[in-house]
Design a protein around this ligand. Structure first.
Ligand code: ZN
Length: 141
């Protein structure tokens, strides 16, 4: 990856960290996950009905990778069908395993570089793992 692209990716991540989109819970079904090694503590909630991801929101605290990736997640999956969203989750986890990226990930592509830092992969995937469980119909009480 060239330096210009890396700088652009870093800017997008910092923008989402400083100005998180869709932050604050509204009471939809949610999943709460923690990453003790980093102090990340995040709740993702989703309004999924008629097979469509209508809205996704997040709340919590953590490092810039964790908080920004939750914000990016809420934007890229909004309006997608459950099937499309599941494909995006798979593509994102694949990218984190260093197995290549796919344009369908849209803005979430900025996390591609994280796959080279095993200690940060948990930070970048925690919100996506919570969202995956919501897609599968799970939720915390
Ligand atoms: Zn973290």
């Amino acid at each position: 990856m060239n330096n210009d692209l890396e700088n652009l990716y870093r800017q997008v991540i910092m923008d989402h960290y400083k100005n998180p989109r869709n932050k604050g819970l509204k009471g939809y079904p949610h999943i709460h996950l923690k990453n003790p090694s980093c102090g990340d503590d995040i709740t993702i909630e989703a309004d999924i009905s008629e097979g469509i991801v209508k809205e996704v929101r997040h709340e919590g605290k953590g490092c810039s990778i964790c908080c920004s990736s939750a914000s990016v997640l809420t934007e890229v999956v909004k309006g997608k069908s459950v099937e499309e969203a599941k494909e995006m989750v798979e593509a994102y986890f694949k990218m984190m395993r260093g197995e290549g990226s796919s344009d369908e990930l849209e803005e979430a592509l900025v996390y591609e570089g994280v796959s080279k830092f095993p200690a940060r992969i948990k930070c970048a995937t925690i919100s996506w793992k919570a969202f995956e469980r919501l897609l599968n119909g799970e939720k915390d009480e």
